[in-house]
Design a protein around this ligand. Structure first.
Ligand SMILES: Cc1ncc(COP(=O)(O)O)c(C=O)c1O
Length: 487
């Protein structure tokens, strides 16, 4: 903070309240930490606990900001080139729910690229929207998700002219970005807004080697996880309204007011302001440094026999038009290992935790929080991984998950339907009543409302057998699955 010149209106308001040392007859009940369990209180400084406050007039109101929150949100809009920016304290999940509530009327159709995160499912259920799914490409060579093609969006829009909004997820978890500018042109040509889940892109636009940001390509509403790749605290996200947005800022504000807590945590709000102030002052330097470091690490890993990390050259493959170089996807199948096996070895032998594993890869995030010295640690860990005894021959790649785009029932109807439990092997042909998601990347392979096909079931069982982390089904062993009771 000392090295930054920008004022931080939220932190300053919190500090001003603390300096007055008012006797607290208000929430939170821990009263500056005095009522907190000592084991928890010891994790925070006394100063931080005295600043866990809200509701005082000088701290402003998240739902009708006129003071420090207004100033902070205005800075965020300026830094990102948005018409308006809203702070969100329940992660990008809430921002995505708000985008759908703001842009689609109940029963209205929304085109959704099928690589959507599970938070989109929640938004569809809440908004009562009808998804028109469009399949995304897969990179079969690497066994990873690709992107949605503008031509697929164009075909769906032509076929279903009553679509009210388009929702795309870009970049995807692996950093693959779609040609959003083309999708925006197609949708805007029909007067349809484009909502972008840019959870993985709060750093885009600060270095020319990165994909262009969604706002710079004309997106209407954009949800970003400031906490995922920048300096904000976990859960702190933003929702931007584009400068030419077809959805008004008032609609976005009204939707967020339905979804957000009335007791927002000020550490989270202040962390958003501070993270964005960092970008304002040092964005090019910090993000440029992360890109350069990631490129150096990529090169070093690519020199190790049996390992491969793709880079910018992957653009043009599987619907990907540009690549976020800060994501390093390391294909380990050349070592005869699965991603899960590689993760365990990296963790146990090198005390090294990756962000994501899939059947063939482990994925590392490089952010402004990484010092150049981590390159040596990464190289050493992967050299050690490559030196493991290679008892097995390289494995067959498990292909990327098959994608269904047809629904037997709306996700909202399946969510509220009567359900029953079926052994998974006997569930083929039934309508799923719960999602099946491997996490990360958190893209449901099966959605409530989709009919369970043999191909989907076999893929899920194979992925589970590989040790990928399954989330969604009530039965975590995945021996049974909740299906809609069709009577
Ligand atoms: C693509 C994508 N969208 C949305 C989310 C939800 O973001 P948050 O965890 O900030 O709620 C995630 C989280 O992993 C994600 O990967």
């Amino acid at each position: 903070m000392e090295t930054l010149k920008a004022s931080l209106p939220l932190l300053e308001a919190m500090e001003a309240y603390r300096r007055e040392e008012a006797l607290p007859f208000h929430t939170p009940g821990h009263k500056y930490g005095r009522g907190m369990h000592p084991a928890l209180a010891r994790l925070f400084t006394a100063e931080a606990l005295a600043m866990d406050v809200s509701l005082m007039h000088e701290l402003d109101d998240l739902f009708s900001p006129a003071g420090c929150i207004k100033l902070a949100q205005e800075r965020a809009a300026r830094v990102y080139g948005a018409a308006r920016t809203f702070f969100v304290v329940n992660g990008t999940t809430s921002a995505i729910h708000a985008m759908l509530l703001a842009a689609v009327r109940p029963g209205g159709k929304v085109l959704v690229a099928r690589n959507a995160h599970r938070s989109v499912l929640g938004g569809l259920i809440l908004a009562g929207a009808e998804p028109v799914f469009v399949a995304t490409q897969t990179d079969d060579e690497l066994g990873i998700a690709g992107q949605v093609l503008p031509s697929a969006v164009e075909a769906a829009l032509a076929e279903q002219p009553d679509i009210q909004a388009v929702l795309v997820t870009t970049p995807n978890y692996y950093g693959g970005s779609c040609d959003l500018a083309a999708i925006v042109r197609l949708a805007h040509g029909r007067g349809i807004p484009v909502l972008v889940d840019e959870a993985h892109g709060p750093h885009l636009g600060f270095d020319r080697r990165l994909p262009p940001s969604a706002l710079s390509q004309g997106a209407d509403l954009v949800a970003q996880s400031t906490h995922k790749l920048l300096g904000a605290l976990t859960q702190a996200s933003v929702l931007h309204v584009g400068k030419q947005s077809l959805v008004s800022g008032e609609r976005a504000a009204a939707a967020l007011a339905v979804l957000q807590t009335t007791s927002p945590n000020y550490w989270l709000l202040a962390s958003l302001d501070a993270a964005i102030a960092q970008l304002e002052e040092q964005g090019a330097e910090l993000i440029g440094g992360a890109v350069a470091l990631a490129e150096m690490i990529r090169q070093r890993i690519n020199h190790i026999d049996g390992l491969f990390c793709f880079g910018a050259e992957r653009a043009g493959t599987a619907g990907v038009s540009s690549v976020d170089l800060c994501k390093i996807t390391v294909s380990v199948s050349g070592l005869g290992l699965t991603g899960v096996e590689a993760e365990r070895i990296l963790r146990r032998q090198s005390r090294f935790q990756v962000e994501l594993v899939d059947q063939n890869n482990v994925l590392l995030l490089i952010t402004l929080g990484d010092a150049p010295e981590v390159a040596d640690a990464v190289e050493a860990a992967f050299v050690n991984l490559a030196a493991q005894p290679r008892a097995r021959r390289p494995k067959e790649l498990l292909p990327a998950a098959p994608q269904q785009t047809a629904l037997a029932m709306l996700p909202r109807a399946a969510f509220f339907a009567d359900k029953r439990s079926r052994p998974v092997r006997e569930a083929v042909g039934c309508v799923a009543a719960e999602p099946v998601t491997f996490y990360p990347p958190g893209v449901p392979v099966l959605l409530p409302g989709e009919r369970i096909s043999p191909a989907i079931l076999e893929w899920c069982l194979a992925a589970k057998a590989l040790g990928l982390y399954l989330s969604g089904p009530q039965d975590e062993r995945f021996e049974t699955i909740q299906v809609v009771d069709e009577g």
